[in-house]
Structure formats: structure tokens, C-alpha cells
Design a protein around this ligand. Structure first.
Ligand code: FES
Length: 687
């Protein structure tokens, strides 16, 4: 038995290899003449370290220097050691050019060409060797336009297992592919496909799905839906919002209805931006997105459409405060100067690369192709089908060069903004002490539940030990200043010269006043196409937990020693309620834990009787961030559970210092749990 392994390169090229049941991915790659990064081939150097996005495998033997447990837990692997136990998708941290491979060419024959609507064609082909072209649902190929020197990029609209492969192609008058389809294409025509390409593909997951398609950007969504339907979903919530500019652009409504029958959890809406539409919804895709579609931040979003639509959706989610867990998008950039045979032959790959990075405004004035589908205003595009993946007018630079040259250009123009999780992998093993824990006071021993040590016997926590020498805790209500003679002004203030004006605050070099984005984004761009992934950012998560800690420390001051027996019992009950969803360092039910944990942490704020503080706590996004990040998490700091009880014990023994220390420590463990989960999800590992 062999398994299919998709090697996904940084430039969007994907190569599939067959891997035997005892064969390593590295050996199978070598046999396929694909040079993935290798050095020792022995699990010692870490040179081959890659990310497995889906599938199961035996990781083989290796040393910790090559791959830490945290990295392995986050989905990283060593291809020189890993042996597949299922089909795999592996992100290789280099370009296809460096790996001395390229997207393969696949000859095909046209079996059908149909004008589905005024603005869209369906093209179906049969490959000479269907088995030679494997792809992931959502990916695309480049198709050479017969009789020209141009190629166009089109997403598959059929599932990955279909015998005949179809494409949904927007008609743009004057476009090379459009005119070929409208005037010349006939059954039996020969075509050449090159690919597969793209990092916009369906990830393994059981999370709810929100699919957004603009115009013929419906194509990759259809491929995703067909794959899901063929695999069978048991009520997985799936909602599609399909937007077009005009009624005459609407296609495949019967097919979409059919998918709702095949997948009971699926629903879909159509929206047409033309105000005169005969359909119920007039407007844009964003107008139909509701919080319910996000399922409390646990839904995955897949969006394929023109750049303005992608940005409009992102802006809408942000403006509405809608939480996003995994947001995958693909947009095609406007066309560049169409190459003639001569220019294609004489332009260097570097020149092509430069062209590929030119701004839309610049390129729009250079090309008649682009003029046929001038970039619309965002308001007109949102939800429209003016520029989408299989869009003739959205021809990419790849469309202006022969397949081989386009591949070379792709490898030179692509870049991947690696997420923090890739370059700054945490080196701590799950369960190992955290840096913050090193601040435990010497001799501190976590008490057994119900036996929290009295403050008089425990060493003061490090932060508390920083009190000034001679400081004596004042009796409540008797701050030591009223000793008779007026107090001397503090030295620092007294030393100010008359007329002193504080200098303006200057930021240290490199500091920025920019508010950290709550999301991290990974972008892969090739000629004419930009794919991206957006996930919650670690910095945003940390900020939420730090803010919670600051408020909790304030709540301690207002509640310590004031909780009665019934309140203490309720506090303990809430701690135990949250703890039941964790077993050691494993989540049993992250979603239930998140809900119960929120109740536990809110309790103190309710006890303060201070509504302003309670509202400040409720304004935090701790729960939303946890809902976004934890549904797929397995690891949780093993200190979380005992700390819940220890905090309760601190209140039972009216030990303010212990409570403050535990809340700070608990925050560090909570942040570590989130970081581990986000390291895993940021890179897209959904298994
Ligand atoms: Fe050295 Fe894989 S090549 S660990």
C-alpha cells in the first residue's frame, strides 16, 4: 500500500509523491527527483524540519535538537524519518525552484465547453494521465490558451477524485481565454495544464465552515463542497454566501441546492449587488455575514474573490468585532502587460518578477487585458464577480508566459511571510517549568488542596519581596503619613527645579505606538495570485490575559477577607467545575473548559460589588480568544487545575499575598497554554 504525500512549497507549487508503507518521505521525494532540504538524513540536524498539515505518520527516531516535543506537538516533522500512515500534506520550507522541481505539465482533451451564463463558461477536460495530476480541493492550475503564448490560472470546480476535471471561467470580452472559449473551443481540442498550485485548500477539521465566494470564485468552493460531500459530513455546520454582480452571472444554483441535500448541515445564500436583482438579497457578501456564522469564533472561513472583496470581508469582521479562528483566502491580482511571443522569449525571469509585483494601478494602465475588466470600486466589487480566480480578466503574470517560464517566475516572485510560530518555536516541552515559574519564592511548595500554607510560614513571593526596606504594612485606614509634622515631599519631586516641565515622552529605538494586530497573517504570493491565512495573534492573546490579571489583582484587593462561607463554597465549586474538563496536561473538553473557566474567573468580580470593575472584566476578550484557539488544543499546562484550587485556598485563608502570587503565576500558565495551541493553529495544522 502506498500513501499520497502532497509536498507544498513556499511558492505555491504542490508536488504529489507516492510513499510506500515503510518508506520515509525523504526517500520517496528523492525517488521522485525532488530535492527537499536534507543534511544528516538521520534525525540529528533538523535541516529537513517541515510542517505536516494533515494526516498521520510515524515520526521515526530523532534527537531533541532536531525536533523538540513542542514542535512535534505543533505538527512539525522530519521527512528524513517520518513514515506515512495515511495520505499527508507537508509544507516544505523552501521553494520548488530550490527543490529543483516544478509544477508538472498535464496534456488534456476538451470534453465539454458550455456557456453557463452570460458571464461564465464551464470547461471540462479529460487528462491523458489522470493519475498523474493529484490536487487538493481549492487548488488551481495554469492552462495554456491554444493559439497564443498566454496561460491563465483557473481553480478546479470539481472534486479531487473526479475523472474529468472542470473549471468555471468568467467571460471577459477580448480576453484570450474568453475569446478562445467563445469562438474556437470545441470538444476534442488539446490543452496543456500545469500544476497543481496554490495554498488555498481545504484543511482537515471538523470545525464549522463559512464559505464566501465572489462570482467565479465559486469554483474552488465547489471543489471543496464536492470533496466534503464525497467524504460525508455528519451535520457539520457549513454555510456558503455566494455573491455576484448581476443576475446573469449566477450559476450552479441547482448544484448548490443538491449539496444541501447531500450535506444536512449545509445552507447557502445568494446575494447580487445589482439593486434590480430578482433574487431576494441585494447587496454584498458582507451584508449577509452574521455572528451565528462564526459559531463563537470556532468557524473556519474560506474566501475566494477579488482583492477588494477579501479586504471588505476582513474589514467587516474587524468592524463588527466578529472573532475569526482560521481565515483562508485567495485573491487574484490584476493582469500585467500581456506578453507577446517575442517579449515572453526575451524577458528575463527577474523582469517578469518585477512586473508581477507592480501595483494594480500601474499594471491596469499597461494592459488591454486588464482594461477589459477594469478594477471596480470596492463597493461595487464586494460580493461581485468582477475579479475572481478563474477570471479571464484577472489574468496573472503567469498568464503571459509559457508554463515553464511561468514556473520560474513564480519561484522568484513568491514570498512567504512566515508566522511567528514557524521561526520562533517554543523550546519548552509541555509541562516543563515556565520562565515565570522560576520566580516562585525559594522553598515554595504547592499545597495540597485545602491545605494552603499560612502567609506567615511561606516565603514572600519575589515580586512582593521588592517592598522597600523598612516598609511596614499600614493598618487599614491609617496610612502612615499623619504623624504630626507635614510630610516631606518625595525626594524626586522635591529635586525638580522651579519651572520644571517634564520632557515629552520619547519611545526607545525600535518601539512603536502601533496597536498590535489581534491577528497573525501568513501570505504566499505568486504571479497573479495571493493566498493567505489569518489566525489570532499570540500578542493579542497575551494582552488579554495580562489585562485579566491586572483586573483580578484589583479584585483581590476588594474581596480578600470579605467572602463569606457561601461565597467561598461557590468559588470552590466553580473551580472544580472548570477542572473536570482537564486531565493532567490534557484537555478533555476545551470548549466546556472555556465556558466553566470564564465562570470561575468572573466570580471574584461579581463579589466586588463594583460594577465598573465587573464591566471592565466583561469587556476583555479572554473567552473569545480561548474559543478561537482552544477547540483543537490538546495540551494544557498541568498547573492550571491545581492553581484554581490554590486560589480558592488563598481566599479561604485570607492570604492576600498568596492570592496575588497565584494569580500572576496562573496567568503565565494560561498564556503558555494559549501559545502552545496557537503555535499549532497558526501554521494551519488542523489535525
Ligand atoms: Fe537531518 Fe532530517 S536531514 S534531521
Amino acid at each position: 500500500m502506498t500513501f499520497k504525500v502532497a509536498l507544498s512549497f513556499e511558492d505555491g507549487v504542490t508536488r504529489f509523491i507516492n510513499c510506500g508503507p515503510t518508506e520515509t518521505v525523504a526517500d520517496a521525494s528523492y525517488k521522485a527527483r525532488i530535492n527537499i532540504p536534507l543534511d544528516c538524513r538521520d534525525g540529528a540536524c533538523g535541516t529537513c524540519k517541515s510542517l505536516c498539515e494533515s494526516g498521520t505518520f510515524d515520526g521515526g527516531d530523532y534527537i531533541d535538537d532536531a525536533l523538540t516535543d513542542d514542535e512535534a506537538d505543533a505538527g512539525y516533522c522530519l521527512p528524513c524519518q517520518m513514515v506515512p500512515q495515511s495520505d499527508l500534506v507537508v509544507q516544505i520550507p523552501t521553494t520548488s525552484d530550490v527543490a529543483k522541481t516544478a509544477a508538472a505539465a498535464h496534456p488534456a482533451t476538451v470534453t465539454s465547453v458550455e456557456r453557463l451564463a452570460e458571464g461564465a463558461f464551464a470547461l471540462t477536460v479529460e487528462l491523458d494521465d489522470r493519475a498523474a495530476l493529484a490536487f487538493l480541493p481549492g487548488q488551481y492550475v495554469n492552462i495554456a490558451v491554444p493559439g497564443t503564448d498566454q496561460t491563465r490560472s483557473y481553480s478546479f470546480s470539481t472534486g479531487a477524485d473526479a475523472n474529468h476535471l472542470s473549471f468555471l471561467i468568467k467571460y471577459a470580452a477580448g480576453g484570450a481565454m474568453s475569446e478562445y472559449l467563445a469562438q474556437h473551443c470545441a470538444v476534442g481540442d488539446r490543452l496543456e495544464l500545469t500544476g497543481p498550485m496554490g495554498s488555498f485548500f481545504l484543511r482537515e477539521s471538523e470545525r464549522p465552515l463559512l464559505l464566501l465566494a465572489g462570482g467565479t470564485g465559486l469554483a474552488p468552493v465547489l471543489s471543496i463542497l464536492e470533496t466534503l460531500a464525497a467524504a460525508g459530513t455528519s451535520g457539520r455546520p457549513i454555510h456558503l454566501i455566494y455573491g455576484t454582480s448581476l443576475d446573469t452571472d449566477v450559476v450552479y444554483t441547482d448544484l448548490l441546492d443538491e449539496y444541501t441535500t447531500r450535506m444536512p448541515g449545509m445552507t447557502w445564500d445568494l446575494v447580487v449587488s445589482d439593486p434590480d436583482t430578482v433574487h431576494p438579497n441585494s447587496g454584498y457578501v458582507t451584508g449577509l455575514i452574521t455572528p451565528e456564522h462564526l459559531h463563537d469564533g470556532t468557524a473556519d472561513i474560506y474566501l475566494c474573490g477579488p482583492p477588494p472583496m477579501v479586504e471588505a470581508v476582513r474589514g467587516h469582521l474587524d468592524a463588527e468585532g466578529l472573532q475569526v479562528t482560521h481565515f483562508y483566502y485567495e485573491k487574484f491580482t490584476p493582469a500585467t502587460t500581456p506578453a507577446t511571443t517575442e517579449t515572453a522569449a526575451t524577458e528575463s525571469p527577474t523582469e517578469m518578477a518585477d512586473t508581477a509585483t507592480a501595483s494594480p494601478e500601474a499594471t491596469a494602465t499597461e494592459t488591454t487585458e486588464t482594461n477589459t475588466v477594469a478594477e471596480p470600486e470596492p463597493a461595487a466589487v464586494e460580493g461581485g464577480d468582477v475579479v475572481v480566480v478563474p477570471d479571464e480578466g484577472e489574468s496573472s503574470p503567469a498568464a503571459t508566459v509559457p508554463p515553464a517560464a511561468s514556473t520560474a517566475a513564480a519561484s522568484r516572485t513568491s514570498h512567504v511571510a512566515r508566522p511567528a510560530g514557524v521561526t520562533t518555536l517554543i523550546s519548552r516541552r509541555p509541562g516543563d517549568p515556565l520562565a515565570a515559574i522560576e520566580a516562585r519564592p525559594d522553598g515554595y511548595t504547592a499545597p495540597a488542596p485545602g491545605l494552603f500554607p499560612a502567609a506567615t510560614t511561606a516565603e514572600p513571593p519575589a515580586g512582593i519581596a521588592a517592598r522597600p526596606d523598612g516598609y511596614v504594612t499600614p493598618a487599614p485606614g491609617l496610612f502612615p503619613a499623619a504623624s504630626g509634622a507635614p510630610a516631606e515631599p518625595p525626594a524626586a519631586i522635591g529635586a525638580r527645579p522651579d519651572g520644571y516641565t517634564p520632557p515629552p515622552v520619547t519611545l526607545p529605538p525600535g518601539a512603536t505606538t502601533t496597536t498590535p494586530t489581534p491577528f497573525s497573517e501568513t501570505v504566499t504570493s505568486g504571479p497573479g495570485v495571493v493566498s493567505g491565512e489569518i489566525h489570532p495573534a499570540i500578542s493579542h492573546s497575551d494582552a488579554q490575559f495580562d489585562a485579566r490579571m491586572a483586573l483580578e489583582l484589583g479584585a483581590v484587593e476588594l474581596t480578600m477577607g470579605k467572602l463569606d462561607r457561601a461565597q467561598l463554597d461557590e468559588f470552590r465549586m466553580l473551580a472544580e467545575s472548570a477542572n473536570q474538563y482537564v486531565d493532567g496536561d490534557r484537555f478533555l473538553d476545551p470548549a466546556q473548559f472555556t465556558a466553566a473557566n470564564a465562570q470561575f474567573h468572573e466570580f471574584l468580580f461579581r463579589c466586588t460589588g463594583n460594577d465598573a470593575l465587573l464591566q471592565a472584566y466583561r469587556m476583555l476578550e479572554v473567552t473569545q480568544v480561548m474559543n478561537s484557539v482552544l477547540p483543537d488544543a490538546r495540551w494544557v499546562s498541568e498547573d492550571i487545575v491545581p492553581e484554581h484550587l490554590e486560589i480558592v485556598e488563598a481566599f479561604e485563608s485570607a492570604d492576600r499575598d498568596a492570592a496575588r502570587y497565584l494569580i500572576r503565576r496562573h496567568t503565565a500558565h494560561a498564556k503558555a497554554t494559549m501559545r502552545t495551541a496557537m503555535d499549532r493553529q497558526v501554521v494551519g495544522a488542523a489535525s
